[in-house]
Design a protein around this ligand. Sequence first.
Ligand code: HAM
Length: 437
Amino acid sequence: MKIQAINGFKDILPDEVTRWQHIEQVTRDIFHRFNFKEIRLPILEETQLFARSIGQSTDIVEKEMYSFTDKGITMRPEATASLLRAFIEHGMHVQQPVHKLYTIGPMFRHERPQKGRLRQFHQLDAEIIGAVEPEVDAELMAMGQLLLAELGLEASLEVNSLGCPQCRPAFRQKLVDYLEKYTDQLCGDCRRRISTNPLRVLDCKNPNCRELVNDAPSILDALCTDCDEHFARVRSSLDLLGVTYTPNPLMVRGLDYYTRTTFEFIARNLGAQSAVGAGGRYDGLIEELGGPKLSGIGFAMGIERLVLLLQEKDKSESAPRNQVDIFIAALGDQATLKCFQLAHLLRKTGIRAGMDYSGRSLKAQMKLAGRLGARFTLIVGDQELQEKKAGLRNMQDQSQEDFSLHQTPEETARNLKTIITESLPVNERPDFTRRQI
Ligand code: HAM
């Protein structure tokens, strides 16, 4: 019997992992610039943590959670609830007034798999706890936009406010009154939602429902003075930071904990699952989970969706993939041994070096160097070794120069490292500072 991966659970093969590592590296770099600290969390939590935070009547809690019902535990469908649970459990609020935390890892939802939608997927999740100011909302969205920009991706930012416990109930009632007039024209899900979660009708994908909600009352006209002011300041702060966005009063998130600001990063190339990232404010949630009265805001990006977007982009730009900085093509037994030693010294200095020991022809080795995307190839034959020389080919323009081997192997490695480093644009040069031989 052939055993295969479960539907919606995906292997991430080595070629793709390179992209994941790049995404994680850029993410950490940016998050640290904004002063975020990493937190690592367990995958299993008590089921009631998610029921109480995400909401009993949400799709996630109602039908998408992987729960061990006999044990009352669930594989986390998102990171916010777990992160807040840890924040409260460890009394982190006493250390300082504002906390900026991020976590990266797998989440689990039993959804119907399709492009960009998996049952095990991964999020980059950032949360700011303890700050109520609208500038913080703008800073967080600006960070998300910077992350996408530094990955070379484009996505539009849609922003909404869902109000607070003061103004939302009145809006909810107004919306129910409106929807009840059209019950027979709504899809089955939305008919049910009128009593369980009427705001969700606003972002139903069914064309009939979409048409109807276009004329529905707008949440942005129903905000109380405080929420209205908060939203106005979020918008002016985004303007100040030069972050482009579109207000979208129909955007309602699939999690119940949001108050005031909500937002989504929408990418054009993702098909039906167009949100590459999303988040919002959750001012009452920490208290609801038994913690102190602190506000919070955060977002999560889906790594699989970022990978899809990078793949699309690479297709259109046919970007070269450099797996090694230098490939060493050795011809002959003596040369192979010398090069074997040289490759190790180069790796010790921080250079990614590739080599083949099987005694293949120069042509075959050059082909391999090309496949690995080597920037340079050092060609050393037994004859050249006697004469203390080699050929150094720049693989980009195919120019070749003589390279002197009149040095110790350590010196040779250092010289090659200098040549490779100087051939790279300054912002792409690896940080070799602590690696010496
Ligand atoms: P969410 O909108 O459920 O929000 O998910 C955030 C992102 O995770 C989505 O925009 C998407 O990129 C990715 N994602 C969600 N479900 C899947 C799936 N089945 N397959 C692939 N990717 C998926 C949250 O999870 C909130 N916790 C975000 C947040 C953080 N709000 C405040 N802080």
